[in-house]
Design a protein around this ligand. Structure first.
Ligand SMILES: NC(=O)c1ccc[n+]([C@@H]2O[C@H](COP(=O)([O-])OP(=O)(O)OC[C@H]3O[C@@H](n4cnc5c(N)ncnc54)[C@H](O)[C@@H]3O)[C@@H](O)[C@H]2O)c1
Length: 288
């Protein structure tokens, strides 16, 4: 035959199973929340065991019951305040005892500050923002993620094959909030609502933590990456949804289940060479 023979590059033998999470025990913080539940279900559907942590014990217990029934697994919910180092340390030991190993961690919990619409004094504004709310938001979003990396992460680093840490940042970890989205033409400037400063600080901080962890246990096989989701359409006023959608090349907000595919990819061997990456999943919002 004339010309160059086509050389076949061997694809992985196990291409079908690359995305599977069988036998993987994966800790999710804030598992009772909107996205936490989506993460948990995706992990269960791919054969993994989600470990459901939240302040709300009833909610994670109910979620565990329903996932165990639906997927015939044996996952469990725990009440843990991730801002409390002792609780995180004790829970990490407990999960290790209960499940034998920990293969993954999703730092998902955060305070999601609602944009304040009170007319008296708008505390979401930087000039009014109370120090105690600053401290609470940083405690959950950053100190909590640090505590979890410290205790669950160490166990992950002790596995022969390491594991995967995924930090849930936001499109607002990449770009500034567009405060015009929240503007009310009938209010004076000092009463205009804004996205609080802590959201930007926490979400950008998680990107720093991601890069730090991506190198810290790399030789032990621990990969760490950040996902930056865009806003989920979840009952907001239609005027707001239209304004946000206009800032997004795909012209719409996300559905709650649209992060599951990316998450499974980031946790599984399908992303075995992904490390230290900051992955925007925001319909292209940060591209404009
Ligand atoms: N929902 C969105 O549109 C969106 C967009 C981009 C990024 N995100 C990010 O995704 C993540 C999940 O968002 P969500 O919408 O599911 O939030 P959510 O408010 O529905 O859930 C957060 C969960 O965290 C738990 N939590 C709070 N403090 C805790 C603590 N100290 N210890 C343990 N658990 C605690 C809460 O009880 C709650 O169940 C957050 O980091 C958020 O910033 C969300």
């Amino acid at each position: 035959m004339a010309g160059k023979q086509w050389e076949f590059i061997k694809v992985s033998d196990n291409l079908d199973s690359l995305f599977r999470l069988d036998g993987k025990v994966i800790v999710i913080t804030g598992a009772a929340g909107l996205l936490g539940q989506m993460h948990a279900e995706a992990i269960a559907a791919y054969g993994g065991t989600p470990i459901l942590l939240d302040l709300n014990f009833n909610a994670v217990q109910l979620l565990a019951d329903s996932l165990n029934q639906k997927y015939d697994i044996n996952c469990k919910g725990y009440q843990v305040d991730i801002t409390d180092e002792t609780q995180v340390k004790n829970n990490a030991n407990q999960v290790k005892l209960d499940f034998g190993c920990i293969n993954g961690l999703i730092n998902n919990a955060a305070n999601n500050p609602k944009v304040e619409t009170d007319n008296s004094e708008n505390f979401s504004r930087l000039e009014n923002f109370p120090i105690n709310i600053w401290e609470q938001d940083i405690a959950v979003g950053l100190t909590g993620a640090f505590n979890c990396a410290k205790y669950y992460g160490v166990f992950i680093s002790e596995n022969i094959d390491g594991g995967s840490i995924v930090n849930i940042s936001s499109d607002l970890g990449l770009i500034a909030p567009d405060q015009r989205l929240y503007a009310d033409p009938n209010k004076p400037k000092h009463l205009q609502s804004v996205k609080p400063v802590t959201y930007s600080v926490v979400k950008a901080g998680l990107i720093g933590l991601t890069r730090y962890l991506a190198t810290y246990w790399a030789e032990d096989g621990v990969r760490c990456n950040a996902m930056c989701p865009g806003g989920i359409e979840n009952g907001q006023p239609s005027e707001f949804i239209d304004k946000v959608s206009n800032l997004i090349p795909l012209k719409r907000m996300a559905k709650a289940n649209e992060y599951q595919g990316t998450l499974i990819w980031m946790l599984s061997d399908a992303s075995s060479y992904l490390n230290g990456s900051i992955v925007p999943v925001e319909g292209g919002r940060s591209v404009w």
